[in-house]
Write a protein that binds this ligand. Structure first.
Ligand code: SF4
Length: 532
């Protein structure tokens, strides 16, 4: 029995509810202290943050320390708060942020400008964290998976035009202008048959409305025509009016106006080790992404898993040259010959010793002299059957084009790369690797898109979007490492990593020690790692 019907809160007249010290607002093992420890350990000037090297003697109002704003963003993105106005509000009322920022309350413009101006530095922080994960042994460095995910940009589909869309718009405008022109003529004819207006009439009315509308449509048509001519003279295939770098991108049955985020994920703990924001399809990004991952992992050799969208013979060659073993479904071509019931390249086998192809009838196709460059820029060699043999061949109906007298086959000068790739994909273990691909690479995208709810970018333009993606990727990796190591392990590992570098300024060590003092007092006696 109680003498009250409901639970009751504290009286609003109570003098103080919060602990007297800001330090006591958060517990000794609150994850916000992990953010503090990580940011304190970064050399922000070296990473390129604006104002990071400002001296105390500099004139004018002191700006916010980039370390504080970085902590704010890290905290925000980890906790699904990323708009500058919401971050401004949270900095005033959220006790963890009040602790993290020591009650600093930056305005939303300052917060927004920090993210826009420091996109390169944010990329560098993301890279630094991957290096830290590598130092901590959290990446395997032997097997990675690559994939792309579409993210909406800050632009609508209607704001992006292709040549076809512009041509259709011009055609529709022409029809509208023609219809309005006809209305104008009809209107003129009607007015000509009527008595002139009295002293109160303006003599215009409906006719002038139509004329204004026609002028408006003509102006719209001129703009569309200029846009179309601009596309024709540039290398661009789409024109985006709101966000100049966003594009209409399709994957499966999904089409979005935005960007394609390329990620390379390490197999060991599903950490993103390399990433890039592009505005094209996955094709053509295999080698660049794999190479970036290999460099950051400092791996001598690397196995890379990707889906069929990445298949590109030139990329395969570049990967092989750089010691990267790529596993992705081989291209089956466009299947035109199979659909016609004719033999395709698959039915011919290459004999490297004889430098000739064996055809299904057992005859040889020999190389011609010289090489030629095909429409996609590949240098190829042509192999030809003999007219007399093909003409008398019982299989010629299934082999030759209707008017051809003999069969010809083109072989890329580096076709051996493709043959090795095919053999690799048929080797034992390749199927198992391909099954692991989606489990590895979908983990970060699933977490970022579904759990954090980040499906679109807030900023416009490649640079700013890349900065924002760096924050998303950093927060994914940060949270993942924190979950893997636990708070104690994370802070101890950061301390171990930075002390092993022996290059941390004394001032930073001081801040770090003060920030983590409660933690160290309780936890350090149980750990083997100690701050100097
Ligand atoms: S047509 Fe010529 S290339 Fe084709 S199967 Fe017959 S012999 Fe071989």
């Amino acid at each position: 029995m109680t003498n009250r019907p409901f639970k009751t809160g504290e009286s609003r007249d109570q003098a103080s509810l919060l602990p007297p010290r800001i330090e006591d607002y958060v517990g000794p093992d609150n994850p916000v202290r992990a953010i503090e420890s990580f940011v304190c350990a970064l050399g922000l000037a070296k990473l390129g943050f604006r104002h990071a090297e400002r001296s105390a003697e500099a004139m004018g109002q002191p700006p916010y320390d980039p370390a504080d704003l970085l902590k704010l963003y890290l905290y925000g993105y980890i906790n699904q708060v990323r708009s500058s106005r919401r971050l401004e509000r949270e900095a005033c009322r959220n006790l963890e942020l009040i602790w993290l920022l020591r009650n600093l309350k930056p305005g939303y413009r300052t917060i927004a400008n920090f993210r826009k101006e420091n996109w390169k530095a944010l990329k560098a922080v993301n890279h630094s964290f991957v290096l830290l994960a590598r130092e901590l042994g959290l990446v395997g460095g032997t097997l990675v998976a690559i994939d792309g995910a579409l993210f909406h940009g800050d632009a609508s589909k209607a704001s992006i035009f292709t040549r076809r869309k512009l041509a259709e718009q011009i055609a529709n405008l022409d029809k509208e202008i023609e219809a309005y022109g006809k209305s104008l003529e009809d209107n003129d004819a009607t007015e000509a048959g009527q008595p002139t207006d009295g002293p109160d009439g303006d003599g215009a009315g409906h006719g002038s409305d139509l004329e204004a509308r026609v002028n408006e449509l003509m102006a719209k048509r001129s703009r569309a025509q200029a846009d179309l001519e601009g596309l024709d003279t540039s290398e661009k295939r789409q024109l985006s009016l709101t966000d100049p770098d966003a594009r209409l991108l399709s994957k499966g049955d999904q089409t979005i106006a935005g960007y394609n985020v390329q990620s390379v994920v390490d197999d060991k703990h599903k950490l993103i080790v390399a990433s890039e924001v592009v505005n094209s399809s996955d094709a053509g990004h295999l080698h660049a992404m794999a190479k970036a991952a290999k460099e950051v992992l400092q791996a001598k050799s690397l196995q890379v898993l990707a889906d069929a969208g990445y298949y590109n013979s030139t990329d395969l060659k570049a990967c092989e040259d750089d010691g990267i073993e790529a596993y992705l479904p081989p291209s089956e071509g466009n299947g035109v010959l199979e659909k016609q019931g004719r033999f395709s390249l698959k039915n011919f086998s290459y004999d490297a010793t004889a430098d000739a192809y064996h055809c299904p009838a057992g005859e040889l196709l020999r190389p011609t002299k010289g090489r030629f460059t095909n429409t996609s820029g590949r240098v190829e060699i042509r192999y030809l059957g003999r007219k007399a043999i093909c003409g008398a061949c019982p299989l010629r109906a299934r082999c030759l084009a209707p008017k051809a007298a003999y069969r010809s086959i083109c072989r890329w000068e580096h076709e051996d790369v493709i043959e090795r790739h095919r053999a690799r994909m048929q080797s034992a273990g390749a199927d198992e690797l391909m099954r692991r691909r989606s489990a590895i690479v979908e983990h970060p995208f699933g977490t970022i898109k579904c759990r954090a709810g980040y499906r679109h970018f807030l900023l416009r333009g490649f640079n700013k979007v890349r900065g924002e993606w760096s924050l998303m990727a950093l927060c994914y990796n940060f949270t993942r490492v924190l979950n893997i190591l636990g708070f104690e392990g994370f802070v101890a590992a950061v301390a171990k990593a930075i002390t092993s570098r022996k290059c941390l300024p004394a001032a930073v060590m001081d801040v770090l020690q003060r920030a983590l003092q409660p933690f160290w007092m309780q936890i350090v006696p149980r750990l083997s790692v100690r701050l100097p």
